[in-house]
Ligand binder design. Structure first.
Ligand SMILES: [Zn+2]
Length: 436
């Protein structure tokens, strides 16, 4: 795949993946096309060596893996991890809000969203809807309205002269988007609207009620290459669909000899404690089943699992903070990553990142061999540090881990930016990591 094709593919993936459910569905499509066999966690597995598989959980997390040719306790796993979720506004179960003749939606803030950029954007709605079929069976469907169906207007500066002096946003009162201006006596119900949409838009949808939904709002502005020389990618959800996409392609395009695994968890932005999150059992259970499948005599044990883990490395891939030219004092001057200058190794003495000198040395040796530039990020000592799936997965499995990521601006904004060149170097690095 050429770098232009990869960039085009990335922009398309970002646009087509407004929710974690869509991201997983789109990754599954790419894996199907690349000869990965879909597995179901509720069935027993019979895995062949030197083969490609994937499995999803809650339709919002995914693990794709290659069984490799070696004996797993000896060879271990090469694991790359990322996450499918991004901060956003989620629609409440009883969403209808009415004020001044407008129909609005009650929303909850998901994760640590930067809220100001959500105002004055053309918003749409996407996610998963669950319902009951006529025969009583339960089913779900992915929904993406695609059209800009709502917006959250700012308050005019004339009505709030202090708006530019750091105004706080009341999440309950000030965030409900406007969907509709109602005629006098007109009634509106969001769930009825949704049901009608599904019935008219989808020929095969014959349910007569929606039971529940996980829907979120997203910005309809398409991802783009920006800057005078188009050196930057500008899009929603770069944290962390950028890493999901790059690592997925590295896995697909890499050689099949090593046992390599890609885990894309959900719920990283809210602490990872869930069945599909990094603190849940998803990854561990898949690794155990890979080992079990290899050991047909049934002798797979805690000891062989631990041996495999001790021979493994986790590359936890999540975006890093590039130093912002207008706010350069927010970085430690010796650890100020730039966009388009290569993967960033994230380090924190208090284990908010799981990188240690051994795992960092391994990563740097791969970068040096491939002639890929690398950078280091350490938070300023007088500021708190974020975290990611690396330390959680490392602690859960006891696996040596290095936290890395592509330098980006505006993390957790409705529109983030990153360096277009870094997509290529990160892809090359992850592929080499999988193959070593
Ligand atoms: Zn992230």
């Amino acid at each position: 795949m050429t770098s232009t094709d990869r960039q085009k593919g990335l922009l398309q993936f970002l646009q087509q993946s407004p929710s974690p459910f869509h991201a997983v569905a789109n990754m599954a499509t790419l894996l199907d096309a690349a000869g990965f066999q879909r597995l179901d966690s509720s069935n027993s597995w019979s895995l062949d060596k030197n083969s490609r598989y994937y499995v999803s959980r809650n339709d919002s997390a995914l693990i794709a893996f290659k069984t490799g040719v070696g004996d797993l306790p000896d060879s271990g796993f090469r694991i790359a991890g990322a996450h499918t979720d991004s901060p956003c506004l989620k629609i409440k179960p009883h969403a209808d809000v009415f004020s001044q003749g407008y129909a609005q939606l009650g929303v909850e803030v998901y994760g640590g969203a930067l809220l100001h950029p959500w105002f004055d954007r053309d918003l749409s709605i996407a996610g998963r809807v669950n319902y009951q079929n006529a025969d009583g069976s339960l089913a779900s469907i992915l929904v993406d309205l695609k059209d800009p169906v709502g917006f959250i207007p700012s308050l005019a500066i004339h009505l709030d002269r202090t708006a530019n002096e750091g105004r706080a946003i009341n999440k309950q009162k000030e965030l409900p988007p406007i969907l509709l201006q109602l005629d006098e006596d007109e009634k509106f119900n969001f769930e009825d609207y949704l049901l009608e949409y599904l019935q008219t838009e989808l020929g095969c949808f014959d349910a007569d009620a929606i039971l529940s939904h996980e829907l979120l709002l997203y910005d309809t502005q398409a991802p783009a290459l920006v800057g005078l020389r188009k050196q930057f990618i500008s899009s929603a959800r770069l944290d962390n669909l950028l890493s999901c996409f790059v690592a997925l392609h590295a896995l697909i395009e890499g050689k099949d000899e090593t046992a390599s695994v890609l885990v894309c968890n959900d719920h990283e932005e809210v602490g990872s404690v869930s069945a599909s999150g990094a603190e849940g059992p998803f990854l561990k259970s898949v690794l155990q089943r890979m080992l079990e499948s290899e050991d047909k005599a049934g002798g797979s044990s805690a000891a062989s699992f631990d041996r495999a883990i001790q021979n493994s490395v986790l590359l936890s891939v999540d975006n890093a903070h590039g130093v912002h030219p207008n706010f350069s004092d927010k970085h430690d001057s010796a650890h100020s990553p730039k966009l388009n200058a290569g993967p960033v190794i994230k380090i924190n003495a208090n284990q908010r990142y799981a990188s240690n000198s051994e795992s960092i040395a391994l990563l740097k040796s791969i970068c040096n061999r491939l002639d890929i530039g690398h950078q280091s990020f350490v938070m300023r000592s007088d500021m708190g540090c974020g975290s990611t799936i690396g330390p959680i997965t490392s602690a859960l499995l006891g696996i040596s881990t290095v936290d890395i990521g592509i330098a980006s601006f505006a993390m957790h904004s409705i529109r983030e930016s990153a360096g277009a060149e870094d997509v290529e170097s990160m892809g090359t690095l992850i592929q080499a990591f999988f193959e070593r």
